[in-house]
Structures are given as C-alpha cells and as structure tokens.
Ligand binder design. Structure first.
Ligand SMILES: [Fe+2]
Ligand SMILES: [Fe+2]
Length: 224
C-alpha cells in the first residue's frame, strides 16, 4: 500500500501534535504554525509541482512532506526541521507501513522535512524545494490571532501587514511568482525586506532547484 496524503491528514497522532503546537504557540503569542499552516504549505507545494508538470506521485509526496514539515515543533521550535524528520519516521512506524519506512518515498519526505529551514543551502530535492516555497510564501495576516500578537515584534508586524499572498506558476516561462498585497500603514516595504530578505533569497534558491526563476511583486510593483 502506498502512503497517501489522506492517510497523513487523517492520522490521529499527526493531528494531536499539530493541535498541541497550535494551542501552545497561541498561548505564548507566536504565529499560527499548526494545522492551517500545514495544509496551506501542503497544497501550495502540490500546486507548484502540478503546474510544472511533475507526476501525481511526486505531487503527493510533496503534499505529505508539506503537511508534516513543522511537526518537529512538538519537540522544540529550535531545530524543529531535524526533529520533525525523526518524528515523521516514528509516525510512519506507528502507522505500521513497514515497507514505507525504508523506501525512497519515505526518504524524500524525511529529507524535505529535515532540510526546510536550511536557508544557507539549496533544497536537496525538487520535493524539498516545493515544500520550502509552500512554507516560506505563507505570510497571511490570519496567522496572527490577536491584536497584541500583531505588534509583538517586527516579524509579526510584517505578517500582520500581508493582506494577500498569491503564488503563480508559469511552466512556459519557468517562473514562480509571489504576489503580495501589503498594508503599508502597518509596515513599510523597507521593513518587509529588513525581515524577509533571507526568506526571499531562500525562495529564489528553491526555484532554481526546480529550474525556475523567482519573481516577487509587492502591491503591484516588481521587486525581483
Ligand atoms: Fe519550519
Ligand atoms: Fe512552516
């Protein structure tokens, strides 16, 4: 039996961990990093690979890795990518999918989870690159649940200012474009780049792994 996204999305252990992280992060005033972000990352990773013409199986693996990418927060936010890969390994074992644990599908998933915060390196695979793009383009203001959270620090302020975050893929031009609408009454474009320059470069690196250029538009202006 092949591991499917449906198995992971409905898995009690996965949902319990993501829900716990959701509640804990909300209690300490941190942005949402639970089920909604997991689903958002999964669907965006799948969409990017679909538009670029990857096989259904590759899309499915990216969707699974996207859903699980932040599962390591159950251990600690610090080094959550690496701990997340190990947590995923345990989840697969608990699902009794023995043949999944030692095959390349599972290794792809563990590798994508484990490498998703390595901003200094290129994502190691196409699946990992799609997960990075799904994750790092999730800058919706809805991830902050309260007014206090929105003005907690400059990082939160930038996220609070992001009204719309849209990703467009052109296979013809081999381009992946992030279009953001930012409320400049909350945060200036300069403040956006002060916080998100590393993230923008990382998205560029992920695009290059997929053989694409990365484009960035903010409020209709082209920055990249
Ligand atoms: Fe992460
Ligand atoms: Fe994430």
């Amino acid at each position: 039996m092949l591991l499917s996204f449906k198995d992971i999305k409905n898995n009690e252990e996965v949902l319990t961990y993501l829900k716990y992280v959701d509640d804990y992060f909300a209690s300490i005033g941190y942005k949402e990093d639970g089920i909604v972000h997991a689903l958002y990352t999964a669907k965006r990773a799948e969409y990017i690979l679909k538009e670029l013409g990857y096989t259904k199986r590759i899309q499915e693996l990216a969707k699974i890795a996207g859903f699980l990418h932040d599962i390591g927060n159950i251990v600690s936010k610090r080094d959550h990518a690496q701990s997340g890969a190990v947590v995923a390994m345990h989840i697969f074992k608990n699902m009794k999918l023995e043949e999944e644990i030692y095959n390349s599908d599972a290794f792809e998933i563990f590798g994508a989870i484990g490498s998703h915060e390595d901003k200094k390196s290129l994502p190691p695979t196409d699946i990992a690159a799609a997960v990075v793009l799904g994750d790092k383009t999730d800058v919706r203001f809805q991830r902050l649940s309260s007014q206090e959270q929105r003005f907690k620090d400059i990082h939160s302020k930038v996220i609070a200012a992001c009204d719309v975050s849209k990703v467009e893929v052109s296979k013809k031009k081999m381009e992946i474009i992030l279009k953001l609408t930012i409320d400049t009454k909350i945060c200036s474009i300069m403040e956006y780049f002060e916080i998100f320059t590393k993230r923008t470069i990382y998205c560029s690196k992920a695009c290059s792994v997929l053989g694409c250029k990365f484009g960035l538009y903010i409020n209709g202006d082209k920055f990249l």
